[in-house]
Design a protein around this ligand. Structure first.
Ligand code: MF3
Ligand code: CO
Length: 279
């Protein structure tokens, strides 16, 4: 989403977070199937069809379709496309591509939103490292989603995670967001910044954290379709996102199958290499 300013943050009851978890599990299962399906020769429209079938089949509603007129169930952003790419029959994935798949679902009025980037078949080393860096930066941020931290502690942790991984461009024009009864709510969650600023995090808040890293320069450009955001210099980009709830027990990653336990229990940021798609 685009950066906004108003500070009020929706606080959910435990029962409401349980419903968001249901939505999160639908998103997790869908993304995992799409990551498997994203092989050479597959069109991004085919991925969209799989997503729509899985989400509606689970009794949930795709949140992207119709959002500000968006025409599809998922966003598929290939190579230099960073976010909000529109699935198309004409766009067939090729060996060596990387594709960001972004997916949102609603269960009984409550939202979950997540994204991952996968390699299509074998990908170049620098691309694999880019994906690792972005996923690791995301988990650094997720680990800070706990009571007592301030919002910018998340932003700062994401930035540090990204910078520790290499000289990547960190996209600034698009940021994470609060989430709950709507997909995009306050506050905006930048992927950079000083620590210790902004609202205090309390149990019941939920945030979508979504770093976007570019192999080259961080600047972006919007394509004429009005949606697709690409890197200005044409270099490939990665995008990872999870919806996380702040609970008294720490971060609860609603869109991770295990709630984030495995990765959060290890050294924060200990993310294994993302799986290649389509095998
Ligand atoms: N996860 C995306 C975001 O937070 C949602 C895409 S909005 C859509 O920016 F309109 F493209 F669906
Ligand atoms: Co989002």
């Amino acid at each position: 989403m685009r950066m906004r300013r108003e500070p009020a943050i929706q606080v959910k009851t435990p029962a409401q977070l349980d419903i968001m978890r249901e939505a999160g599990l639908v998103v997790a299962a869908t993304l995992s199937a799409l990551a498997e399906a994203a092989g050479p020769g597959v069109s991004t429209a085919e991925l969209d069809a799989i997503a729509e079938e899985m989400i509606t089949g689970a009794g949930a509603v795709p949140s992207f379709k119709g959002y500000n007129g968006y025409p599809a169930t998922i966003c598929t952003s290939v190579n230099e496309e960073i976010v909000h790419g529109i699935p198309s029959q004409a766009r067939r994935l090729e060996e060596g591509d990387i594709v960001s798949i972004d997916c949102g679902a609603i269960v009984r009025g409550w939202h979950a939103d997540a994204a991952l980037t996968v390699g299509v078949g074998e990908i170049a080393d620098e691309r694999r490292q880019l994906l690792c860096a972005c996923e690791r930066a995301l988990w650094r941020g997720l680990a800070q989603a706990r009571p007592g931290r301030r919002l910018s502690d998340i932003s700062h942790a994401v930035e540090r995670g990204a910078r520790a991984a290499g000289r990547y461009g960190i996209v600034e024009e698009y940021v994470g967001h609060g989430i709950g009864t709507e997909m995009h709510m306050d506050p905006g969650v930048p992927n950079y910044g000083k620590p210790g600023r902004g609202p205090l995090l309390v149990p019941g808040m939920a945030l979508a954290i979504e770093p976007m890293l570019v192999l080259g320069d961080r600047h972006t450009r919007l394509l004429d379709d009005g949606w697709t955001v690409v890197s200005a210099d044409g270099s490939p980009a990665a995008h990872f996102e999870h919806t996380v709830a702040i609970t008294s027990g720490g971060p609860w990653v609603l869109t991770a199958a295990d709630g984030g336990e495995a990765i959060l229990a290890g050294a924060a940021g200990a993310v294994s290499a993302p799986a290649a798609g389509g095998n």
